[in-house]
Design a protein around this ligand. Sequence first.
Ligand code: ZN
Length: 197
Amino acid sequence: MHNTVIKLLDEVKQLWMATDSLKAFTDWPDDLIASNSAPNPAPAAEKIMAWRPPENSETSPLVHTVQQAAFHVNWQFIYTEEEVGRHFLDNYAYFELIGPTGHFQSDQCCAFIGYWGPGLFYPAHHHASEELYFVLAGHALFESDGDGPATLGPAAHRFHASHQPHAMTTTDSAILTLVLWRGPDLTGLSQLVSADN
Ligand code: ZN
């Protein structure tokens, strides 16, 4: 494992331990096992490295570490070009730092880092696990069924209940987020809400 990925775990832990919204959502996992996940490239990685968002005292240490680790993590894409379009796939990526299939394996929770470039619409989707979005840099409009829309920036958070549909729109800025999942199904994938339901 590249040393920047180990540093990433340390920075996420420091932020988690210092942040009430993260601690209240779920405890730091005590079953972590380092895996040998290989780096997987993403077109978005170079955009993340070149981005210079405003500094934030709470989140910038982790943002800088994500930038340093951007070529060494196992980027994932769960949606197809048919579902979200080529432009979306070239400007979005996420990786599982902690979780059943993460760089650090855990059966207690997941911690993902997700990036969306400016001017993207992430259509409504849902999943079994409960979720907490925590903004690390940039901002976006968050919309979810049953809750009012909100534009959130660094250190703000947003909770999504199990199978509560939620969508996100970026405007003039990219957004970098830490996304936590807690039970019931940590291996369940996000499902887009199809137009006919
Ligand atoms: Zn979600």
